[in-house]
Ligand binder design. Sequence first.
Ligand SMILES: Nc1ncnc2c1ncn2[C@@H]1O[C@H](COP(=O)(O)OP(=O)(O)OP(=O)(O)O)[C@@H](O)[C@H]1O
Ligand SMILES: [Mg+2]
Length: 462
Amino acid sequence: MSKRPDTLLLVDDEVDLVRGLARALEHALSIRVLTAGSGHEALGILEREAVALVVSDISMPEMDGMALLTRILEADPSQTVILMTAYGTIDVAVSAMKAGAWDFIQKPFAPDDLVRLVNRGMERHRLLRENRELTAKLAQHSGPAIVGKSQAMIRTLDTLGMLGQSDVTVLIRGETGTGKDLAARTIHESSKRKGKPFVTVNCPALPEGLLESELFGHKKGAFTNADKEKVGLFDEADGGTLFLDEIGDLSPSLQTKLLRVLQNREVHPLGAPSSHTIDVRILAATNQGLEAKLKDGSFRADLFYRLNVASVVMPSLREIPEDIPLLVEHFLFKAAKEMGQAPKKLSPALMAAVTSRQWPGNIRELENTLTGWAALTRGELIDLCELPSRQGDASSEFDPFFVPYLEQKEQIIERFTRDYIHRLLSETGGNIALSARKSAIKRQSLQKIIQRYGIDATFYRK
Ligand SMILES: Nc1ncnc2c1ncn2[C@@H]1O[C@H](COP(=O)(O)OP(=O)(O)OP(=O)(O)O)[C@@H](O)[C@H]1O
Ligand SMILES: [Mg+2]
């Protein structure tokens, strides 16, 4: 990863303000700050430089902040943009968010507030960049994208990469929706069998009699309805990989037959005079406690050991909560691409709810929920109140009111207090005594609040 500091581009026609803010940001965040006095100048810089974050004023002569925002997002829909709006133009700020700005800040503001916001914006930028790098890395092996940067996920990715280098049989374990299917494809795509067939057999989906002829094939007339010869899935996968999904549900007689294939590497189609050899790598997956089935004898131990030559366990979402924001961005990107729209994003409150909620259906449930939200909300910012009512919707278990009450209340009070104090101080020119009188807050309490929120009252001195 490069050591170069991230670059921020500050756009405003008020030259003095720009200079002061640039210095404050460089000092507080050790980032590189470039400045532009107009939208046109900003676009020129963006063409030449890799910019992590753009902070732009909304009201500028010629090209205003909204027009600049549109031009920036046309070139790169994932660019993080913060707009500075004049006080009292909340409707402008809202349309900026809808047009794809990542956040906004109302003027006048204390430099510290901008520092904090920029810091979060940089976080978002890094998250997106890591996601892209990870996807690119995986694409080199042309495998499907497994997203995640938690310790557990990195370890799993390493294991999958190693398994791709070998040709052993692998048992992929993990709860429902943890990405076992994706893992099997990843192993195949990173192996020397890439480009050859990858065939999935969903074991419980087929009745026993059918599954046997599906797997091994049959000759014409092998049984009553066999009026045509059928090539089995093992033969279809020849040279490639056969993925046996939900292996725990395989019937005892098929377990025996599968064991024979694994031992001898040959198959015997029904009604054929003899068997023939095959060159197929076997991957298997299960979301059940196979140990219990081994104990009560419903799954053959010898088959288990043949399948479990190597194994990998896909982590549940409970074990990797730190990957949730990355997965959210990933699935919203994916949904946007499919719908041909700019990616939507979650409001901070909704993101907090998504992160703290339990996801029994793991990544699959998270993906389905987000895809649904992306399709059902109009604005670019998905918020609690935007979500359609859940009445009669049994398919979605998501309850947005899962944000703990106190947490939600705190967030709202904080936002309100911050706005209130800034407005107060800007009206009184930073005069504490006057502010206390106007707001009917005791002077000492006011000072405490100002301190707690890290607001710089001197900033408002006229
Ligand atoms: N780490 C990940 N990054 C990105 N997408 C993922 C990840 N893990 C799973 N997914 C996506 O989540 C969905 C469910 O994954 P998958 O079908 O591989 O799970 P599974 O473990 O096979 O589930 P089941 O037990 O229900 O068969 C898929 O759309 C998959 O692309
Ligand atoms: Mg699966």
